[in-house]
Design a protein around this ligand. Structure first.
Ligand code: HEC
Ligand code: HEC
Ligand code: HEC
Ligand code: HEC
Ligand code: HEC
Length: 393
């Protein structure tokens, strides 16, 4: 009989009261150690020191956090990592701890954030996980310390009080307005840049087959097939402009650009009558070749609008067959640029022409380039309350 087996037998058939007593005591001690240990482990794994044993790197989350009011403030109340990231109620807490085993995997087996460079690459992805979680649990952890009910709005500064009184009424959740309070905001553009690259790759095929195409980027057009690539072209097409393909010649396409122009502003094409949604700008030479339809007067503004069309040549490399895919890209850009300070305004909350003014007033807050800016504006305008809210016109 091996030693293990004899011990087992001894436990199984305690031959004396002495044996049974040992068994009970041992069981009790093990139980205490187990539950106590479990509890202590749960507490230890909530300490600041534990979290930064992995998240300590220079210039990342910890360094950013210690410069914020949540680390040091006049009242001396500190929110540590776990206050914001780990639920207090045990049932939520256990779920979070089990999920945290994923972090162990990425720490030891497939290091994903062990250098600041690798961390920056992953930051947007990780931040999105946190945002999604806080959206779905109504910023539960924030509300362990803060609540709308406890806010003395009259003691807050004006901007905060105005926004948060309205937020309280709408039942908005904290995280939809308070991103980047404890750490640097991720580079929001990395998300839509990826989508753009995917569409760019796709456009290489789309341009060859479809008879209706949409511009992925702004691009010049030429009146002459032979002059393609020479100079700046005879005008510019804005992103997401619809083109009807008339003729194919190598990697060039003859296309028809149709739309509206306002009497007096001849060099701009708009997609719809009475709505300032840009599709193209024309050189004086291109202007001569525009075909005009019958004038119409907008009864509300008394402005005169004329249906127009122009045939011209473009290069096929950045054209897409499905405008919904472009709107997917625009939606990514819109979310990335416009949701850091407040919730995302619904496109159909405004008229198409009102979006021009709203975008202008928010312009100083955002870092989109001119082309991206016009593209997001067009997306919002074609999904506005007076354009049917779906962009199919
Ligand atoms: C054993 C090392 C380690 C410890 C300890 C650790 N983390 Fe992490 N954590 C990681 C790694 C690695 C990732 C990245 C996981 C990935 O790449 O998906 C991560 C990701 C995160 C994320 C991103 C959100 C998500 O769910 O993807 C948050 C928030 C986070 N940790 C908070 C904490 C907090 C709070 C603590 C302390 C309670 C903590 N971590 C302790 C290694 C650790
Ligand atoms: C452990 C308690 C605690 C938790 C959890 C907590 N906070 Fe705070 N928060 C504070 C304290 C304390 C201050 C500083 C008050 C002062 O200035 O004296 C503060 C300040 C703030 C401020 C103003 C300063 C700033 O950084 O702009 C905002 C906004 C804020 N908290 C939002 C949040 C949000 C959003 C969450 C959830 C992600 C959250 N807080 C979680 C305690 C907490
Ligand atoms: C609709 C947007 C919005 C929502 C939702 C919102 N806030 Fe705010 N909050 C603001 C704005 C704007 C400020 C002023 C920020 C500034 O001055 O930089 C502010 C300021 C604050 C401050 C600082 C107040 C002061 O006067 O110093 C705290 C604390 C705060 N918010 C906490 C919260 C918490 C907690 C929630 C969720 C219960 C929440 N907020 C929801 C927009 C919002
Ligand atoms: C006041 C609440 C608060 C505190 C305290 C806090 N975080 Fe965060 N953390 C957030 C929020 C909110 C996000 C989502 C991204 C954002 O808005 O910056 C986040 C995101 C993260 C991420 C994902 C990467 C990123 O930068 O977005 C990691 C990792 C993380 N926190 C770890 C920590 C660690 C470690 C600590 C303690 C040193 C800590 N957090 C303290 C609120 C907090
Ligand atoms: C850096 C913070 C910030 C960013 C980024 C930002 N906004 Fe705003 N936004 C604000 C503030 C602050 C207000 C309230 C301003 C006011 O009342 O004058 C506001 C108000 C608004 C309103 C309501 C305006 C009204 O007339 O009622 C809309 C709509 C809006 N923003 C849209 C956007 C769009 C679209 C973007 C992206 C292109 C954007 N915001 C980006 C801070 C921001």
């Amino acid at each position: 009989m091996g030693p293990l087996k004899s011990i087992w037998n001894w436990f199984r058939k305690p031959s004396s009261t002495w044996g049974t007593g040992i068994l009970l005591v041992a069981g009790g001690v093990a139980g205490v150690i187990f539950w106590g240990g479990f509890h202590t482990a749960m507490e230890k794994t909530n300490s600041l020191g534990f979290c930064i044993s992995c998240h300590e790197m220079e210039d990342t989350v910890y360094q950013e956090y210690i410069k914020t009011p949540h680390y040091s403030n006049p009242s001396g109340v500190r929110a540590i990592c776990s206050d914001c990231h780990v639920p207090r109620e045990w049932q939520h807490k256990v779920v979070r701890k089990i999920r945290a085993t994923k972090e162990l995997y990425y720490k030891f087996i497939d290091p994903s954030i062990d250098t600041p460079e690798k961390f920056e690459v992953k930051r947007l992805h990780l931040a999105k996980n946190v945002w999604a979680e806080m959206e779905s649990n109504n910023s539960r952890e924030c509300r362990n310390c803060h609540s709308y009910d406890a806010m003395a709005f009259d003691k807050q500064h004006e901007k905060a009080a105005k926004q948060m009184k309205a937020a309280k009424e709408r039942g908005d959740t904290c995280i939809s307005c308070h991103k980047g309070i404890a750490h640097k905001m991720p580079d929001m553009s990395s998300g839509y840049k990826l989508v753009f690259e995917e569409l760019e790759a796709k456009a290489k095929d789309d341009g060859a087959k479809a008879s209706e195409l949409f511009t992925l980027t702004e691009m010049p057009f030429w009146l002459d097939r032979d002059k393609i690539d020479q100079g700046r072209g005879d005008g510019l097409l804005i992103s997401a402009t619809k083109l009807e393909v008339l003729e194919t010649s190598g990697d060039a396409r003859k296309v028809r650009i149709s739309g509206w122009r306002q009497k007096g502003a001849d060099r701009i094409f708009y997609e719809l009558m009475s709505h300032r949604i840009f599709t193209a700008t024309l050189s004086p030479k291109a202007l001569e070749q525009v075909k005009l339809g019958e004038e119409k007067t907008d009864p509300e503004t008394e402005l005169v609008w004329i249906p127009v069309s122009l045939d011209a040549w473009v290069k096929a490399e950045k054209l897409l067959a499905d405008r919904e895919e472009l709107w997917g890209l625009a939606e990514e850009m819109y979310t990335a640029s416009c949701t850091t300070c407040h919730g995302k305004p619904a496109a159909d909350h405004y008229l198409a022409n009102q979006w021009i003014g709203v975008m202008k007033s928010m312009k100083r807050f955002i870092s989109l380039n001119k082309q991206e800016y016009r593209f997001v504006q067009k997306y919002l305008q074609l999904h506005a309350s007076d354009t049917g809210g779906n962009g199919h016109h």
